[in-house]
Design a protein around this ligand. Structure first.
Ligand code: MLT
Length: 205
């Protein structure tokens, strides 16, 4: 997959897996990694799907309606890519923290829904429920930050709450940060994620 890898200065820090929103690229979230953990290694990936020229991580049938078969295939494809990258670049595949926005947050959530131990933690900016009606793997103690908008027309507050309950039901330790805005990613939300990361992830094994 098209990607950028940046070796971090702290070998004990987790590796940040950056996953952009629809129409983005692997460059988009690099400033977030800088705010969240400037010492961590970064693997920033471009989604393999093109929708009218816009990169995405999986196909959708309509706005908010996912192609489940493709979602599952692409979730495993991304996970396999992370495993191979860990071998190639020499980072610990068991210590990967996803940072995703919108479509990127959705595939990060899908990794947690489908693949046990895929992520050590996740920062999900404006995620949706990736799939309904399936049993989740054991996520005991997995720290998850959800950034949600009270006026988000794409990921409604109800859907953010539903995702929180599903992750908590599997044992994840979820923190939800609410903004009064819509689907956009604000600086205050990223600052809240950075603060949460320092408390919940940095320096923990
Ligand atoms: C999706 O398709 O993943 C969501 O609708 C978010 C987005 O617009 O990318």
């Amino acid at each position: 997959m098209k990607h950028i890898y940046q070796q971090g200065s702290d070998p004990h820090a987790p590796t940040l897996l950056l996953l952009h929103g629809t129409g983005g690229t692997e460059r988009d979230l690099l400033p977030l990694a800088e705010m969240i953990d400037p010492t961590a290694s970064v693997l920033s990936v471009r989604g393999n799907i093109l929708e009218n020229g816009m990169p995405r991580f999986f196909r959708r049938l309509a706005e908010g309606v996912f192609d489940e078969e493709d979602l599952i295939f692409r979730t495993h494809e991304l996970h396999d890519f992370v495993q191979k990258s860990a071998e190639q670049y020499g980072f610990d595949a068991k210590r990967v923290v996803a940072v995703g926005y919108s479509n990127g947050a959705n595939i990060a959530a899908s990794m947690m829904f489908h693949i046990p131990g895929a992520l050590k933690g996740a920062i999900l900016h404006h995620p949706m429920v990736p799939r309904r009606g399936i049993a989740l793997p054991d996520l005991a103690g997995t720290p998850v930050f959800i950034g949600a908008g009270r006026n988000d027309p794409i990921c409604s507050p109800e859907e953010s709450e539903e995702l929180t309950k599903l992750l908590e039901g599997a044992g994840a330790k979820v923190f939800v940060h609410w903004e009064d805005h819509g689907h956009q990613l604000t600086r205050t939300e990223v600052a809240a994620a950075a603060k949460w990361y320092k408390e919940q992830i940095a320096g923990q094994d």
